[in-house]
Design a protein. Structure first.
Ligand SMILES: [Fe+2]
Length: 675
């Protein structure tokens, strides 16, 4: 957009925002200046203007020590890498993303090498080039929970700091009549604003207020390529004295015939994490009990920044201990695309996807193959022009059909679809919320024999039976809602639909994470384990706290039949005999098509082959030269000594054909004692 029109747009937006009384606007009444500092004759008098307020640090109300740790900005200062996370962006390819406040050197690289490997040894350190970017965002507030945190949500926002940020005329006397002075948070956000309809709305600080602009740290990316599936890789970021390590997701044999030391595929699953005390417990549970997961899948609604941009940074720091070790695939939730598009910018800048390698036209829908699985990520909000919850956008549908046609079930028998808004859940507040998407896409996924659907959005856990069009169907996918990753907006939405619908197999309003363990072509184990229950501690239900030990606790007022269950385990079986759709998928795709060249696999083998050929050739040449030399010497000595010449008949014929000694002659001589 041209700058002129952009300025015009901003100006009109600012006017509109003022009109909606949600943002402070400094107003100068005509002629008002005469009341202070202007003499009656129109000559401006000397007016000692007080210094402007210093740029204010965003207020953070850290309520506990660990919260303060989350909010510590040290990690983003200078050139120390922070918010490190890994994304599988292609076969044998991992993109590492991190943030710093300072620029990295123009020629900075990420060093990486295979470590702790099997008998293939190491293949030497490699370097990946670094690209950097940043963005600015207007500071907005899209949720009342930013000011009224629940479950230790961080960072909470200090209303008085918002007042300071919003007050662009802080130097004016509070009784000045010609300026609007912000004295209280209600002058910025009217009381009850977030509690009244429409609920999906936000307040942004005035665009013309320089204090209201968030400047992101520099966000760096580097792609580590041609990694061996299943191997451990150490990587060192610019500015870091230590290296980090991760395990490369295994590469299906259609992409590499190279042996990989793995026997199963584990996928860890979280959703709707946000950044609360509960989030930290859920992530710790994943790190401690699912550390062998090849990939962490996030089903959307990551940071719950809700317009308050610094929360993307605090979320990155919160996740780093896990996502710098386990590569994460994610899809967008409504909190990742909302608030005037600001969140979609932040998400796109910070969380890449395997869209390029899967030939997707959008970063927001993609596929990725590893182990026994072909994972498809879809965007529940693919086309905002036709409705926020319409996932059947034409480009996505077109790409999805192509992607499904590319699957070969001989190599990746399990098809897993991931998108944010569930089609099957029995929460009163979300039941049938994504019907347009379900109607558009369910038949497509069913025909392709999709085995498992992973969702978030509902802040509870629920697993369906195999289902299609609301009826139990043994050949349909199992739909699993894992929106219980820690963000807290009240106990599991608006409660359960009673009685429990027939498609629903298990539901519970607590917090936890899931694990999909694929054993082989036909069997997998799904396990959800809760980490936290909550109970209200005030009559108004405005704040909840953890309740008891995770093995015995109960979330109040969860009335589901499984409310007391700490674990849900289900054996998933692919019955290809009974379900023809589970056999769909026999596409051809070569290694070349995936662009994969296993670094230590094929190149290691290639190196061995080339080395062997060279050594053999050298040995051949040396041997030939040695034979010729010996014969020349012998011939020469025999020429000088008739006695020797008498014993050299065996060589005469060959020398008769001098220059004709070839491989045949050599090979026939190789077994000779003469050598
Ligand atoms: Fe959501």
């Amino acid at each position: 957009m041209p700058s002129a029109s952009r300025s015009s747009s901003f100006a009109s937006r600012a006017r509109a925002t003022c009109a909606t009384l949600v943002v402070v606007c400094a107003r100068v009444a005509p002629g008002a200046r005469g009341s202070r500092g202007v003499r009656g004759d129109g000559v401006t008098s000397a007016f000692e203007r007080p210094p402007a307020a210093a740029v204010l640090a965003l207020g953070i109300d850290a309520r506990a020590a660990h919260e303060r740790a989350l909010l510590d900005d040290d990690g983003d200062d200078g050139d120390v890498p922070s918010q490190v996370h890994l994304t599988p962006t292609g076969i044998g390819e991992i993109t590492v993303t991190w943030a710093t406040r300072a620029r990295v050197a123009r020629d900075a690289t990420v060093a990486y090498e295979r470590v702790n490997d099997d008998d293939r040894g190491t293949n030497g350190a490699k370097k990946a080039t670094v690209t950097s970017d940043s963005y600015t965002a207007q500071i907005c507030f899209g949720s009342g929970t930013l000011f009224a945190p629940r479950m230790g949500q961080t960072p909470s926002v200090d209303p008085m700091k918002v007042v300071e940020l919003a007050n662009t005329s802080a130097w004016a006397a509070t009784d000045a009549v010609n300026y609007r002075v912000v004295r209280a948070i209600e002058d910025v956000i009217p009381a009850g604003f977030f509690a009244s309809a429409p609920y999906d709305k936000g307040v942004c600080l005035d665009y013309n207020n320089p204090d209201a602009q968030y400047h992101s740290p520099l966000i760096h990316k580097a792609t580590l390529r041609n990694l061996i599936g299943g191997s451990r890789v150490a990587y060192t970021l610019p500015g870091s004295a230590t290296s980090r390590t991760f395990t490369v997701p295994t590469v299906p044999t259609r992409h590499s015939s190279h042996h990989q030391s793995w026997t199963f595929t584990r996928i860890a699953v979280v959703g709707d994490t946000g950044q609360t005390e509960v989030t930290k417990e859920v992530l710790t549970h994943v790190a401690e009990t699912l550390s062998d997961a090849q990939v962490l899948i996030h089903t959307g609604d990551l940071a719950y920044a809700d317009g308050f941009a610094p929360r993307w940074d605090s979320f990155g720091r919160l996740m780093e201990f896990l996502t710098s070790k386990i590569p994460m695939l994610s899809v967008v939730g409504n909190h990742d695309v909302s608030v005037n598009g600001l969140e979609s910018t932040a998400y796109a800048m910070r969380y890449p996807s395997p869209s390029v390698s899967s030939k997707s036209p959008s970063q927001l829908f993609w596929s990725y193959e590893f182990g026994h699985a072909h994972v498809i990520g879809l965007n529940s909000y693919a086309n905002p022009n036709v409705g926020l919850f319409d996932g059947a956008d034409a480009p996505q549908m077109s790409w999805l059909l192509d992607d499904l046609a590319s699957i070969n079930r001989e190599y990746t028998p399990w098809i897993i679809a991931v998108f944010h808004v569930p089609w099957y859940n029995s929460n009163r507040g979300h039941f049938k919320e994504a019907e347009r998407a379900r109607i558009a896409l369910e038949q497509v996924l069913y025909d392709a024999g999709v085995d498992v659907v992973l969702n978030g959005h509902v802040h509870a856990y629920e697993r369906s039976k195999p289902v299609f069009n609301y009826a139990e169907d043994a050949c349909g996918p199992v739909h699993i809602v894992v929106g219980d990753g820690g963000n807290y907006e009240g106990p599991y939405g608006e409660g359960w639909i009673e009685p429990q619908p027939g498609f629903s197999a298990f539901r519970e309003g607590s917090f936890g994470a899931g694990s999909l363990l694929i054993h082989n072509d036909t069997h997998a184990t799904w396990e959800w384990r809760r980490t936290t229950c909550v109970a209200n501690t005030t009559a108004s239900n405005s704040y909840f706290e953890r309740s008891g030990d995770a093995s015995t606790c109960r979330t109040i007022p969860d009335v589901s039949a499984q409310a007391m269950e700490p674990v849900d385990i289900a054996i998933l079986r692919r019955d290809v005999g009974a379900c023809p759709n589970k056999r769909v998928g026999n596409a051809e795709r070569s290694n070349e098509a995936s662009g994969y060249n296993a670094d230590g696999a094929s190149s290691h083998v290639t190196t061995l082959v080339i080395t062997s050929i060279v050594l053999l050739a050298l040995w051949v040449v040396t041997s030939v030269m040695l034979v010729r030399t010996l014969r020349v010497l012998k011939y020469s000595r025999a020429y000088r000594s008739p006695s020797l010449l008498a014993n050299s008949d065996e060589y005469d014929d060959e020398f008769a054909g001098d220059g004709a000694i070839g491989l045949h002659t050599l090979s026939s001589s190789m077994g000779s004692d003469k050598f």
